[in-house]
Design a protein around this ligand. Structure first.
Ligand SMILES: [Zn+2]
Length: 410
C-alpha cells in the first residue's frame, strides 16, 4: 500500500515554536508546534496537539521548546574573492590618505589582482572559510556575485567557485554576474569599450555555460552610468536573465527606476533613493535590499528612506554585502542587529528581511523563505525565548540545528 503523504513522513520535529513568516507585519507564530518533511519538502506543520493520530515519521526529533524559523537567506554577497584589505583598514586608521592607498594599488583593484592570480582551487578554499562562518548561523540560501575578475576567464572562475560551494556545502547558491562592477585597469578611460565586452563577449558566454542566475551592475559616479547599465540590462533581457542593481548608494542616479523598468528583482543599498524611485519600485514589485554592514563600515550618515519604503509597501530585505572593501561581514545575525540599530527596522522586519523578502529578492519566493506546506524544507532551530532575540543580541550564535532540503545538521 503506498504511504499517505498527509501522514507518512521522512522526519518530524516536535516541541518547537514556529515563526512561519508567511505574511507582512507578523512572525506568524505557532507555539507548541510540530513540523514534518517528506522528500525534502515541508509536508505538515501546525500545533502539536493537532498532529494526526495516524501520523508516522521515520525519524523523530525533540525540539526542546526551541524556536524554528525558515532557513536564513543572504541575498547579496561578494563572498568569493581572494585576499583581504585589512592592510588598507590599518593604513587608513594610521592616517594614510585614501589617495595614497589608491596610489599604492589599493582599493578594488587590489582584490581584482588577487582574484585573477588565485587558482580556482585556492579561490574555493579561501571562500569556503567565509561561507562556513555564514552558514553556521542558520543560512540555507546564499547569493554570490562575480565582479572581481572583470575579464571573461576570471569572472568564469568566480562563478564556477560559487557553483562548487553549492555542491560542497548544504546551501542553495544563486549566482549573479557582476561584470559591470568596476572598470578594469586595462580599460582605463574606455568604459564604453568595456561595456561592449561585457555585453558582446562575457555575459553571453557565461550564460551559455549555465553559470548565471541573475545580472547586476554598479550604477554610480564611480561605477557605470545609467546608459551603460541599461545596455547590460538589455543584454540580460535578451538572454532571459533577471536583473538587480547596486543603486543610489553614494548618489541618486535614478538606478532604482531603471532596474524597476526592467522588472528587476531588487535594487540594493538605496541610501540616496528618491520618492520617484520608491514609486517605481513599488509599481514593479522590486525588493529593496538594505546593506547596513557597508553603511556602518563606511561610517555613512544618510539613511535609506525606510518610512517611504514602508508607506509604499516595497518589500525590504537585508543582507551582509560580504566584501573585502566595504563590508567584511560574515554574520547575518549581526546584520539584523545593525539593520535595527542603524536603520530602525523592527526585529520582525529584520527577520522578514533575511527570510521571506530575501527569497523574493532572488526570485525564489515560491520555493523558500517561509514555513509553508510544499516549500523546500529549509529551517533553523534557535535556543531563544522569542524571535526578537535574533536581532537583539550582538555576537553569539543561538543556532542549534540547521535543516537543508529536509536533512538535519548540527
Ligand atoms: Zn554589493
Amino acid at each position: 500500500m503506498p504511504s499517505d503523504p498527509q501522514t507518512s513522513w521522512d522526519a518530524l520535529w516536535r516541541n518547537v515554536h514556529l515563526a512561519t513568516m508567511v505574511e507582512d507585519g507578523s512572525y506568524g507564530e505557532i507555539r507548541d508546534a510540530a513540523i514534518a518533511v517528506r522528500d525534502g519538502r515541508i509536508a505538515w506543520l501546525g500545533r502539536g496537539s493537532d498532529l494526526p493520530a495516524s501520523c508516522h515519521a521515520d525519524v523523530e526529533h525533540d525540539g526542546e521548546d526551541c524556536w524554528l524559523t525558515p532557513g536564513l537567506i543572504d541575498c547579496h554577497t561578494h563572498i568569493v574573492h581572494a585576499g583581504n584589505r585589512s592592510n588598507e583598514f590599518e593604513d587608513r586608521l594610521n592616517g594614510v590618505a585614501y589617495e595614497e592607498i589608491a596610489r599604492r594599488g589599493g582599493g578594488i583593484v587590489s582584490t581584482v589582482h588577487a582574484t585573477r592570480a588565485a587558482s580556482e582551487d585556492e579561490l574555493l578554499e579561501t571562500s569556503l572559510r567565509r561561507v562556513r562562518r555564514l552558514l553556521s548561523e542558520g543560512v540555507t540560501t546564499l547569493e554570490i556575485k562575480s565582479g572581481y575578475g572583470l575579464d571573461l576567464e576570471t569572472e568564469r572562475k568566480m562563478l564556477r567557485v560559487a557553483r562548487r560551494i553549492g555542491q560542497l556545502l548544504p546551501v542553495r547558491v544563486q549566482t549573479t554576474f557582476l561584470g559591470a562592477h568596476a572598470l578594469p585597469p586595462e580599460y582605463a578611460g574606455r568604459a564604453d569599450d568595456y561595456i561592449d565586452a561585457v555585453c558582446r563577449d562575457m555575459l553571453p558566454a557565461l550564460a551559455a555555460e549555465g553559470l548565471v542566475d541573475a545580472v547586476d551592475a554598479f550604477c554610480e559616479k564611480i561605477g557605470f552610468s545609467a546608459a551603460q547599465t541599461e545596455r547590460v540590462f538589455q543584454t540580460a533581457h535578451r538572454l532571459g536573465l533577471p536583473v538587480k542593481l547596486h543603486a543610489e548608494q553614494l548618489s541618486d542616479q535614478d538606478g532604482a527606476a531603471l532596474v524597476a523598468r526592467f522588472g528587476g528583482l531588487s535594487a540594493d543599498h538605496l541610501e540616496h533613493l528618491s520618492p520617484a524611485g520608491i514609486a517605481a519600485m513599488a509599481a514593479a514589485g522590486t525588493v529593496a535590499v538594505l546593506l547596513p554592514g557597508a553603511f556602518y563600515f563606511l561610517r555613512e550618515t544618510k539613511l535609506p528612506p525606510i518610512d517611504g519604503l514602508r508607506e509604499a509597501g516595497v518589500p525590504i530585505a537585508i543582507a551582509t554585502d560580504c566584501n573585502p572593501g566595504t563590508s567584511p561581514l560574515t554574520s547575518l545575525l549581526l546584520t539584523m542587529n545593525l539593520a535595527c540599530t542603524l536603520f530602525r527596522l523592527t526585529p520582525q522586519e529584520a527577520l522578514a528581511g533575511v527570510t521571506r523578502n530575501a527569497a523574493r529578492a532572488l526570485g525564489l519566493g515560491r520555493q523558500v523563505g517561509t514555513l509553508e506546506v510544499g516549500k523546500q524544507a529549509d529551517f533553523a532551530l534557535w535556543e531563544i525565548e522569542r524571535p526578537a532575540e535574533l536581532a537583539y543580541a550582538i555576537g553569539g550564535n543561538p543556532c542549534v540545528w540547521i535543516v537543508h532540503n529536509g536533512a538535519q545538521r548540527a
